[in-house]
Design a protein around this ligand. Structure first.
Ligand code: AMP
Ligand code: MG
Length: 491
């Protein structure tokens, strides 16, 4: 079924614990991701067959799998926890896809592991569907992310505030190595494990950057992760994504978005926006994400410090130099994202100020982020579309004033209006997973066993840059009822 080629399970025994998925009394298939199965070289029909569903539910460990729970630590809301690990996820193994890339195949919600502490190792149906929808939407938006290969229900209820249907998500990731994986070994002063992990991660994710010489793998890795995270967060900001729980154990070394818990998308633009019910201080608010990414990277830098140089001052100097690149790398990446959204192919000195001025106006005008940029693409081709853009602002004049400067700037571009519109529509989606639509789809599935809205939303979000007039209602912003929308951690 899977042509497993496992490497992480060959690492030293202290990198993981062996784990056996719990049995599911009555597994039922919800969804198999056929295009992803195809990419992985996995037979989607076999996955969807009764035998495949047994595997997806954890009842059968397929041939070639080496079921393990990975060890990691992490800073959660700034507090260090030395032992977290996969408490509700079991890595089956790795497959090399048709694109030549190696990926982890993991069952999330398949029962207790040695890292479960007080938890039940299970997942409820709602959060599984949520991760499926949002991670696949992010992939279609072009944002680096873990993927969803399949979802099944287990037939065994999980106890949360109430009894909920239990489910398992089959998650696919470039790897599950996190900043917290490095912190785990650093906290144990296990220099040998740190060194093995740094070399492994560099070879697996950044083979082109592989350096030689003492300490160079760790420093090269730090540099690569700084670049990857800066670029990732810039992409998040470009689509209005709020991760919600950017702890270091949820920060992937590969630069993929990972661990969809209380994530959400902006409706009206507000950099202070946070949705997570547990993020009371707004630590992980939309506009804080770049700063937090840099903070998380500093934890990675600290963890690998002993590998970088025997002389501590020199190690600190080298690591700091990499970490201090973050703001400029991020600004450059975010600048590219914003220029593309404004229809600017060339770069000019005043572009950042033009974008910053716009974002301030979006915030003070309570403007819907996704609708604004989609409509702006039409305005870029034809100024008669301006009224529809301005109407999004509490004070339409705020748009018209900005648009004058923007048009003067566009006049210095060489692209034709139609080409400009097309390029803007390739970076500003018509559809994102609107919070209220996600909730509706989840409620229909969980409360009524009706997967229709989930399927429709998933299908529409697989082509987020296409206007799909038949589904226009899925692009509409919510009413004021959603102003206090809160998300909960996906356990
Ligand atoms: P998260 O906040 O979802 O990233 O998870 C943080 C830690 O809690 C990780 O070590 C998870 O494995 C663990 N965890 C979360 N939910 C459960 C659960 N239901 N059972 C056991 N461990 C869990
Ligand atoms: Mg996590």
């Amino acid at each position: 079924m899977f042509a497993f080629d496992n490497t992480y399970a060959r690492l030293p025994a202290r990198f993981f614990e062996r784990a056996t998925p719990a049995s599911a009394p009555a597994p039922r298939l919800i969804k198999v991701n056929r295009p992803l199965a195809e990419l992985l070289g996995v037979d989607a029909e076999a996955l969807a067959s009764p035998g495949g569903v047994e595997v997806l539910a954890g009842n059968v460990v397929p041939p070639g799998a080496d079921a393990i729970a990975l060890a990691y630590a992490g800073h959660q809301f700034g507090q260090f926890v030395p032992r977290l690990g996969d408490g509700r996820a079991i890595l089956l193994g790795e497959v090399v896809g048709k694109d030549g890339l190696r990926r982890d195949v993991q069952l999330k919600g398949a029962g207790r592991t040695p890292f479960s502490r007080g938890g039940d190792g299970r997942a409820a149906l709602g959060p599984v569907l949520r991760e499926y929808l949002v991670s696949e939407a992010m992939a279609a938006l072009g944002v680096p992310t873990t993927r969803a290969l399949a979802a099944v229900t287990t037939g065994s209820p999980v106890a949360r505030e109430e009894l909920l249907p239990g489910a398992v998500l089959t998650r696919v990731a470039a790897s599950h190595i996190r900043v917290g994986t490095f912190e785990y070994f650093a906290a144990k002063d296990d220099r040998e494990a740190l060194s093995t992990l740094a070399s492994y991660a560099l070879a697996r994710h950044y083979p082109g950057a592989r350096a030689s010489g003492e300490g160079s793998d760790a420093l090269a890795l730090l540099a690569c992760v700084v670049d990857a995270q800066a670029s990732l967060v810039a992409r998040w900001l470009g689509v209005g994504f709020v991760h919600g729980v950017m702890n270091t154990d949820n920060t992937s070394i590969s630069g993929e978005t990972i661990d969809y818990g209380p994530c959400a998308f902006l409706d009206t633009y507000d950099p202070r926006k946070r949705f997570s019910s547990i993020d009371r201080g707004g630590r992980y608010a939309f506009g804080n994400q770049p700063r937090i990414a840099q903070w998380n990277l500093a934890r990675l830098g600290e963890a690998v410090l002993p590998l970088i140089h025997d002389d501590e001052d020199e190690a600190v100097r080298l690591a700091t130099a990499e970490l201090e690149r973050f703001p400029s790398v991020f600004e450059a990446a975010y600048g590219r994202v914003l220029r593309a959204k404004l229809g600017l192919a060339r770069e000019e000195g005043g572009d950042a100020a033009l974008a910053a001025d716009l974002l301030e106006r979006l915030a003070s005008g309570h403007v819907d982020f996704t609708l604004f940029f989609r409509r702006l693409a039409a305005s870029a081709a034809d100024a008669s579309a301006d009224a529809a853009v301005a109407s999004l602002f509490a004070e339409p004049g705020a748009f018209h004033a900005w648009a004058e400067t923007w048009r003067a700037r566009l006049a210095r571009e060489e692209t034709t209006p139609e080409a400009r519109r097309a390029s803007m529509e390739r970076v500003s989606p018509a559809f994102v997973p609107r919070n209220q639509r996600v909730e509706e789809a989840l409620a229909a599935a969980v409360l009524n066993g009706d997967y229709g809205p989930f399927e429709t939303l998933l299908d529409v979000l697989s082509r987020p840059y296409d206007d799909q007039p038949a589904h226009a209602h899925l692009a509409e912003p919510p009413g004021p009822a959603m102003d206090d929308y809160r998300t909960f951690c996906g356990t």
